[in-house]
Design a protein around this ligand. Structure first.
Ligand SMILES: [Mg+2]
Length: 132
C-alpha cells in the first residue's frame, strides 16, 4: 500500500491495547509517516508537549491513567492547530457530541480498516491545508 499524501506526516498513536497498537503501527508504517506511541492519555500529553511538530494524534478513548477525552482537551490547550482524531467503538450520537466537545477534529469507528484510516487522515490533512 502506498500513499505519498501522508509521507513525512508525524503521527502520535495513543492506544493501550497492544494488539491494536501493533495493527495501527503496521498500517501506518507503510505510508512513510513518522510514528510516535503513547500507552495512556497522560503520556500522550507529555509526548505532545515534547514534540511540537506532531501533525496528527490518533487517540483511543478508553485509556488508563487519563482517558482520551481529557487528554485531547489538554493537548488542545497548547496546540490549537493539531489534528486530533478519536478512535471509538461507539458510533452513538451522544458520544460523537462528547468527542467534538473535547476538542477532537474527527473520529473513526472501530474496527479500523486500513484504507478507511488512511482516507480519514488524508481528508483531515487536506481540510487543514486545502489544495486548490
Ligand atoms: Mg483502550
Amino acid at each position: 500500500m502506498e500513499n505519498k499524501l501522508l509521507e513525512g506526516t508525524k503521527i502520535l498513536i495513543v492506544e493501550d491495547d497492544s494488539s491494536s497498537k501493533l495493527y495501527l503501527n503496521k498500517i501506518l508504517e507503510k505510508t512513510g509517516v513518522k510514528l510516535l506511541n503513547a500507552d495512556n492519555g497522560k503520556e500522550a500529553v507529555d509526548i505532545a508537549l515534547e514534540n511540537p511538530d506532531i501533525d496528527i494524534v490518533l487517540m483511543d478513548l478508553q485509556l488508563p491513567v487519563m482517558d482520551g477525552y481529557t487528554s485531547a482537551k489538554k493537548i488542545r490547550e497548547f496546540r490549537n492547530n493539531i489534528i486530533i482524531i478519536a478512535q471509538t467503538a461507539y458510533g452513538l450520537f451522544g458520544d460523537q457530541k462528547k468527542i467534538m466537545e473535547s476538542g477532537f477534529n474527527d473520529f473513526i469507528i472501530k474496527p479500523i480498516y486500513s484504507q478507511n484510516l488512511i482516507d480519514k487522515l488524508v481528508a483531515n490533512l487536506n481540510k487543514k491545508h486545502p489544495v486548490y
